[in-house]
Design a protein around this ligand. Sequence first.
Ligand code: ADP
Ligand code: MG
Length: 250
Amino acid sequence: MSATAGGREVVLRLEDVRKSFKDLDVLRGISMDVARHEVVALIGPSGSGKSTLLRTINLLEPVDDGRIWLRDLEITDPRVKPDAVRARIGVVFQQFNLFPHLSVIDNVTLASRHVWGKSRTESRGRGIELLARIGLAEKADDFPDRLSGGQQQRAAIVRAIATDPELLLLDEITSALDPELVGEVLELVAELASAGTTIVMATHEMAFARDVASRVVFLDGGVLVEQGEPSQVLEHPREPRTQAFLSRFT
Ligand code: ADP
Ligand code: MG
């Protein structure tokens, strides 16, 4: 693939990605590019295929057809090793992100120990630094159940970026949180976005998508119905299906 599109460096390219579960067509030919530093908000009704799409990018779900590239590597090539791809992508899910039997610091440094072959001692300093960024350095040796849901999600985010991934995938990371804890998590995502992290995030936080995303992509029934500038898609949607979906949020 070409490394640029319109002069921008493409980090992720999806080309006609298709996925079915038995006779249910969940992704029906999704194509899109994500440029470096872009923040793409994936919106759409429950069941529209957002999580499945994120899971195909992380190779947790094999595609039936179509191709996905991470920079110059076609990651849907069956010869590609999933672990090598996952080492380049950070992921945070809706819940249960931290391993309950590992301390917070061990959670945060786990990937760097695996990916970079660092020892616990070598990785601890950087881990503490990351935890300090989110005000949790003093919780380093606690177990995750001692943290609030918002603290756990923020720790999961710094764990996901600990290895400096080229792409960060976030799947409704605030949906399971008490409303008063949502803000602190979104604030951290906004910080990463302004620092230039390339992010694809499934979200129902429309105000956040409008303020922080560089692009909004609307999925419905496994089809990419509409995409564009956040203000265009969210405030002046062109497609009737986008209009119908967004009318539920006002
Ligand atoms: P979203 O994240 O937008 O809510 P999902 O990608 O989770 O949507 O799901 C899309 C559709 O695929 C849903 O109908 C869901 O039930 C179905 N689905 C997802 N994963 C599986 C699976 N492993 N087996 C069967 N059906 C699945
Ligand atoms: Mg989902």
